[in-house]
Ligand binder design. Structure first.
Ligand code: ZN
Ligand code: ZN
Length: 394
């Protein structure tokens, strides 16, 4: 039987599983029902699994095949978002205020379909395969805990030699696969800066120190930081998404607080941004007779694909899907992914699969309350994962 036929045979149960998962979205590290469902499926397939790692009880790590062979890991995230679903789907979320709005239901279902398919041919595989069902991608860095817990280094199952992960991508047509070598997604750091001035009556500003004007200056100045201190050919984004200050129109408050996300594509830019932003904000605070409380928080590192592994994904996609179905991404996205933590430890590649239905020109974006993973994309994702395993060493 051809691989397409083998995948086609499993489309109905994978779609059904995707919908069951869609009904029970759970947030970071609370994915207990989801993990139960996944573990039950693994049991049904006769695949052994380890349930939970330290600090991440909802992680599930399973493996098949001869552990003396090289080990390829395939990863799916399992968490959902705090969003009220507005899709009107018959199988929409049964958990109020929570929703699979990033398509992780699709990722899980595809990976489970792949696990079943590979299990049926495990003796013929050139590698052993590890399946990582990882919690808390959206906020919490589940990947970091899974890595620390031993998912890659041989403490849980075989030691991993290479890892692959995918994400559905609404701007690409169904059937298309895209990735690139090097940085694919950005680091997602953030900071909070409190400008501490001296409050007073709004009519007598000379009697106080205005933290709102200082913070407003800072918001504008941060854009000059990006344009004057960061390499123009090496992307950086500073977006101040929160600005909080004041209680009344005629009162200068004591403090003004800004918080921002800072996106960079490599460690050097990341540290440069951290240092430069703090230096500028301190200068602005001082010039305004304010004090500054500055808190920098490291988010996910940049997701950096191993060049050889990105070439391998491209080669396999062209071979099994057709030349025209692989798109070599020209630029990184400034979004982030905790898949980055795996890529810091082992070579691998993260890639996108198209979710835009072939008869449409637009589709709700990831994290939209109207987003729904496109079932028509399931064969492409399954085929990529299966063939990345079967073609290893060719
Ligand atoms: Zn997301
Ligand atoms: Zn996602």
């Amino acid at each position: 039987m051809s691989m397409d036929a083998l995948i086609q045979e499993r489309i109905a149960p994978v779609t059904e599983l995707r919908r069951r998962l869609h009904r029970i979205p759970e947030l970071c590290f609370q994915e207990f029902k989801t993990a139960d469902l996944l573990r039950g499926e693994l049991d049904r397939l006769g695949i052994k699994h380890v349930d939970g790692v330290p600090d991440a009880p909802t992680a599930t790590i399973a493996w098949i095949g001869d552990t003396n062979k090289p080990c390829i890991a395939l990863r799916s995230d399992i968490d959902a978002l705090p969003i009220d679903e507005q899709t009107g789907l018959e199988y929409c979320s049964e958990h109020a205020g929570r929703m699979h709005a990033c398509g992780h239901d699709g990722h899980m279902a595809m990976l489970m379909g792949v696990a079943g398919l590979l299990k049926a041919m495990e003796k013929e595989l050139p590698v052993c395969v590890k399946f990582i069902f990882q919690p808390a991608e959206e906020d919490g860095g589940g990947a970091e805990r899974v890595v620390k817990g031993g998912a890659l280094d041989g403490r849980i199952g075989p030691k991993v030699d290479a890892i692959f992960g995918l994400h559905g991508w609404p701007s690409l047509k169904v059937g298309i696969v895209a990735t690139k070598p090097g940085a694919l997604l950005a680091a997602t750091d953030n900071f909070t800066a409190v400008f501490v001035g001296r409050g007073c009556h709004g009519a007598y500003p000379h009697l106080g120190a205005d933290p709102i004007v200082a913070a407003a200056n800072a918001v504008i100045n941060l854009q000059q930081f990006v344009s004057r201190e960061m390499d123009p050919t090496d992307s950086c984004v500073v977006t101040v998404g929160k600005f909080n200050a004041g209680t009344a129109i005629n009162i200068i408050p004591d403090t003004a607080t800004i918080s921002a996300t800072v996106r960079t594509l490599n460690d050097e830019s990341r540290r440069r941004a951290q240092k430069g932003i703090e230096r500028r904000l301190r200068g602005i605070a001082e010039a305004s007779d304010c004090k500054l409380e500055f808190q920098w928080n490291d988010g996910y590192p940049a997701t950096v694909n191993d060049p050889a592994m990105a070439d391998y994904v491209a080669k396999v996609a062209r071979r099994v899907l057709g030349n025209e179905r692989f798109v070599s991404a020209q630029k990184p996205s400034m979004g982030g992914e905790d898949f980055a933590y795996y890529l810091e430890k082992v070579p691998g590649c993260f890639f996108f699969i198209g979710l835009l239905p072939t008869d449409r020109n637009e589709y709700p974006s990831l994290h939209s309350d109207r987003f729904n993973f496109t079932d028509a994309a399931i064969p492409t994702g399954m085929k990529m994962f299966v063939e990345l395993v079967r073609n290893w060493g060719t």
